[in-house]
Design a protein around this ligand. Structure first.
Ligand SMILES: Cc1cc2nc3c(=O)[nH]c(=O)nc-3n(C[C@H](O)[C@H](O)[C@H](O)COP(=O)(O)OP(=O)(O)OC[C@H]3O[C@@H](n4cnc5c(N)ncnc54)[C@H](O)[C@@H]3O)c2cc1C
Length: 387
């Protein structure tokens, strides 16, 4: 019989449902809360690679993910007039090998959520106060209700408020990579068909791709900012910021920006990492972006969330719920993978937003380097078996 069975998991993104699935399988009683009123779908494509693919196979959801996978067949770079500078085709263009699969974040969240239909999940719910006692964590929710849990696992993303409640400011660093990203969908007026087109200039990138839905294209705008932006909390201001930054850049910049106000699935954030020496404190543990966001540039955030959740749940099972043993092992096992993923995030962030314009040679050289780095990373950890 496990100790510390009553576990609160915060955040229904990738890491949250993932850890709930494994905790329940190992005999714990997780409860999941999500601050949004409904499942937050949308977003760009994310990767499930290497041992993360092995983990979703163990859960029996790999086929569902594979069915919904993206299938972009060609990646092109164009110049300001839309002339093709370089083109890479097939899976190789997306740095995938073997069972690696890419899927839109929203589709993955949906599949994970369906796999935990037997676990209580409360939307529009968030923590206001959290007090750690010797025997339990006292949690007060929005609305004033108080509850005791044996453990709290925070999977509430890059801007985790649980992290802010449980850790002091000197125990984590929100490390900005000096850039921002905006993502939104538009009608596919460029008539792209399983193609991604990118235009890079002056440390800004515009990417547009169309995948399964021929009527819809996804736009990705990323840019370097000399200093941290302020006053861009609201969606309106974020959209205005993108308009000011990208208007007149070239290629399709102006037409894309004219469509931004009609988008229903707008996403905007700083490109940042969370740096911490330890992802656990007392009876609280952080998993996924909340503890070790490697930045969207790394392409490793989803992988880390999947692997981290699997390892944390597995170590709790091995230690029969003794969190002090399990948390120590979790910190040790995840460290090399997190550090390598964050190094990759910094490197990709810099190389994707170069000064001036990009050349065919530079694209090829960079792609080869990324492939090598991902291969090293994928072999950096072997899948522990907790069955
Ligand atoms: C809406 C959305 C769109 C995204 N789009 C992209 C993208 O296009 N490209 C990309 O590379 N990365 C994107 N990301 C980030 C990427 O999905 C993550 O890096 C990665 O998948 C790690 O997953 P995670 O579960 O740790 O965090 P996340 O996927 O960020 O999930 C965290 C969850 O916690 C919830 N939450 C936050 N605060 C609280 C709170 N106080 N109480 C309860 N719940 C809370 C959030 O609503 C969210 O559902 C997106 C994230 C979100 C939330």
């Amino acid at each position: 019989m496990n100790k510390n069975q009553k576990i609160l998991v915060v955040g229904c993104g990738i890491a949250g449902p993932m850890i709930c699935y494994w905790l329940k399988k190992y005999g714990f009683s997780p409860t999941l809360i999500e601050k949004s009123k409904e499942l937050r779908t949308g977003g760009y494509a994310v990767d499930v690679r290497g041992i993360a693919a092995d983990i979703v196979k163990k859960m029996g959801i790999y086929d569902a993910i594979y069915t919904k996978r993206t299938s972009v067949l060609s990646k092109r770079y164009v110049d300001a007039e839309g002339r093709i500078l370089s083109e890479e085709k097939g899976e190789k263009a997306s740095f995938r090998e073997g069972s690696d699969v890419e899927i839109e974040r929203g589709n993955l969240v949906d599949i994970l959520f369906q796999s935990i239909s037997d676990i209580p999940c409360h939307f529009d719910k968030e923590i206001m106060h959290l007090i750690q006692k010797d025997e339990f964590v006292e949690v007060t929710f929005k609305g004033g209700q108080t509850e005791h849990y044996d453990l709290v696992i925070a999977a509430d993303g890059l801007h985790s408020s649980t992290r802010k409640m449980a850790f002091s400011r000197d125990e984590y660093d929100l490390f900005s990579l000096g850039s921002y990203i905006g993502i939104f969908s538009i009608p596919n007026y460029l008539h792209l068909n399983r193609v991604e087109v990118s235009f890079v200039k002056d440390q800004k990138i515009i990417g547009v791709n169309c995948d399964q839905d021929p009527d819809r294209a996804l736009v990705r705008l990323a840019f370097c900012a000399k200093k941290a932006l302020s006053g861009i909390e609201s969606e309106k201001r974020q959209k205005r910021c993108l308009k000011e930054t990208f208007y007149g850049l070239g290629w399709e910049s102006n037409r894309l920006l004219d469509l931004i106000d009609d988008s229903k699935d707008f996403y905007f954030d700083a490109i940042a990492q969370i740096k911490m020496d330890c992802w656990t404190k007392g009876r609280v543990a952080l998993v996924g972006d909340a503890g070790y966001c490697p930045s969207p540039m790394s392409g490793q955030g989803t992988n880390l969330a999947i692997v981290g959740a699997y390892i944390l749940a597995g170590e709790l099972k091995l230690a029969k719920g003794d969190f002090s043993i399990a948390f120590k092992r979790y910190n040790e096992l995840m460290r090399p993978l997190v550090d390598a993923s964050q190094d990759l995030g910094v490197w990709v962030g810099e190389s994707y937003l170069p000064e001036g314009e990009i050349s065919k040679e530079r694209v090829e050289e960079r792609s080869n380097l990324i492939r090598e780095k991902i291969k090293v990373l994928s072999s950096g950890i072997s899948l522990p078996n907790y069955e």
